[in-house]
Design a protein. Sequence first.
Length: 560
Amino acid sequence: MKKTRNIFNNEFSGTKAKDHTEYITQFYRSNGSSGIKASTVYCKEQLDGHGLDEISIEKFPVDGVSGLMGRIVYPAWEPREVVLNIVDPVEEEIVNYNDTPTCIEWFSTPTPPGGVTAEIVDVRGGMMLEDYEGKDVKGKIVLASGGGPLNMGVRLYELAVERYGALGVVTDFLLGEIPGIRSRTLRPEFVGLLRQPRTFNKGWSIVISGTKGARLRELLKMGPVKVWANVDTVEGAGTGENLIAVIKGSEKPDEEVFIVGHLSATKPGGNCATGPALMIEAARTLSQLIVKGDLPRPKRTIKFLFVPEGLGSEAYIKEHWEERESMIGGLCLCGVGEDQGICRSSLVVSRTPDSVPSFMNDLCEHVLKEAVSKKLLTSGPMRYGIDPYSPFSDNSSFNLSGIPCVLLSSKPNLYFHTQFLTADKMDPEVFETAGSIVMETIYNVADAGVETAMEIANIVMEAAESRLGEISTYSYEEIIESDPENMEIVYKKGIKKLDYTLERDLRSLNSTSRLVRGLDDEKSYKAFLQESMADLRAKGERVKERVAAITRTKKGGTEG
């Protein structure tokens, strides 16, 4: 597989990917909005003329009525104007949409024309029933500090507006704290996007900075404070769009390997824009290399899926449900071009869940390590990581449908979902490394025959053996350090973990058989695969026996 790496690197441009990111970030890209439609048009225009076999748009409803994968989709929604000002005891602007697009929570409903003026009431966190005890918030505006996980916006809105009758919510909560780097105290100017529940439509929520939150609380110590809020948003039945670009396979065109990235995001949403930006450049690179004859046309079809996050993938899966058995696997991209020095991030592979074992996991991890091992960025060595599973983006929709999809993203992110996550915080060198990982993985799976399948099987074998070794080492340490009365429990726990990991990895190894299905030498590969699986199982049994042996030895020493 290494032979393709230099070919990709010589053609792919990280600078172009960053330029695409910059263009996309000028739009507010909520589902069904004018901004996401403009972004889709831009991506299509950039793909045209580069030799791709098909470029199409599949449409689906976003109307609050239609269903996808067992749930009702939300309607199209987008903001047009948001302003929050103090009007008494002083006149002072708090926030406005033009300067800070992340200030409005998704699915907020508009205020009456001309806005509303009302008293603002501090309810501390606003997440607990006791926060509202002794406070009359009906017909007023709630000020809350929030706190907790991603669904904080839902809980706060439900209590303040739905239960206690507030007109709306103002919060300075900052989602996604990173100890020592990102917090409300350390980053008081950050305004981070939140989302309201899609099923409620009685009010609005505005996010403000920690600085402005502190200002409001200081004024409230001296007496009542009135604010003026003007929220202009549009919601209704709309249309979602999936842009699909295709490189047709030469021998098995009905089999599919895919790359998926979402166009939807707040503005600027630089991390979200990097996925489609990289995909444009990867599609151009692969297609042009094939057209010029520098790269053989892959045996299987490669698809590039530009979607609204979540909904778009669910719509694609629903539309192509009968074809899912032919979807060998894919890569989901989100935050693949971030400047690691500025954003304090690492490039991370998040594996499929154990319920969807696949060779894609170890292959992506292997390619990632190879790509970054000698990469030196301006800010220092490239950082990377491996997550067992993260339902962070569109990868979850595919995995829930039994289609293996690995996530490539950047974590953590100092500027995550704030007004400061702009295109200038992206790095062409990181784009180039991520592009190399994406193209090498996807192309080689798409073009795999017996030799490549054997190479991938060997990668899975080595990774599986390493995991068995790590678990056995951990088990040894646990057994040696355990009390005599707990030793048997510790031993059984170690054996159970070894059994679980071994069976999962055997299934991952067996998934390589998908790559030779229908080929002339499928039978010989299956013989090789059965031998490999038997070898891995035997190694697992030897590891378990060593764990048993050290347990017996420890027991003997204890009894003696």
